[in-house]
Design a protein around this ligand. Structure first.
Ligand code: ITT
Length: 197
């Protein structure tokens, strides 16, 4: 089964390909020219749906199975920031590193070493013009420094509950068991398998 990913984020593509190795997972940019999608909705779910819709429409194939992931990190002490603005926390066009160091600075400015946070992933699925969405979460703490090189985005500063290492220090197979994305993808898989029947 072919699944088309409505994302330009290489970290997401790598993880989704690994988590869904039983499917043929193809980023949409391998099928049509990549285009900008303005993420101006107010929730993870609505942003995921608008990305999936834009790619589904551009492909023009009703039988295509398109999925989009909208995700981010929310820090309690920062009133849930950066949340849906995680990709542009340090401004439009910011790199993963810019966003990471901005969040480290925000945590430091609160005068804490470690503080509760969680990741959210909303996955939208469009197939035969019908829309579905699911969510997954990973809870833990963010710290005021980076540790480790694995993963992407905010992983070097996030310690999952029950662990004493950041996601960037843990083996990728641990992230794949715990992550917001893997939980949402498990639910998405149930939907994809049932609508395919
Ligand atoms: P697409 O919209 O093309 O999918 P994007 O990077 O813009 O790519 P989002 O709008 O969903 O994606 O932003 C997600 C942000 O949250 C981005 O800054 C990521 O680095 C971060 N993020 C999401 N999941 C993450 C994870 O598993 N580990 C680390 N950071 C993550």
């Amino acid at each position: 089964m072919k699944i088309i990913l409505a994302t330009s984020n290489k970290g997401k593509v790598k993880e989704i390909k690994e988590l869904w190795s039983e499917y043929e997972v193809v980023p949409y940019s391998e099928l049509i020219e990549e285009f900008e999608i303005v993420e101006d909705a107010h929730t993870f779910k609505d942003n995921a749906l608008l990305k999936a819709r834009a790619v589904y429409k551009a492909l023009g194939d009703k039988e295509a199975i398109v999925i989009a992931d909208d995700s981010g990190i929310s820090v309690d002490i920062l009133k849930g920031e950066p949340g849906i603005y995680s990709a542009r926390y340090a401004g439009a066009g910011a790199s993963d590193k810019d966003n990471l160091y901005k969040l480290i600075k925000s945590v430091k400015d609160m005068g804490v070493i470690s503080t509760p946070a969680h990741y959210t992933a909303a996955i939208a699925i469009i197939y035969k013009e019908k829309e579905y969405s699911v969510h997954g979460w990973m809870y833990g703490d963010v710290i005021n420094e980076t540790r480790g090189e694995k993963g992407f985005g905010y992983d070097p500063m996030f310690i999952p509950s029950g662990y004493n290492k950041t996601v960037a220090e843990l083996d990728a197979n641990i992230k794949s068991k715990l992550s917001h994305r893997s939980k949402a993808l498990s639910l998405a898989k149930v939907i994809i398998e049932s609508v395919q029947l």
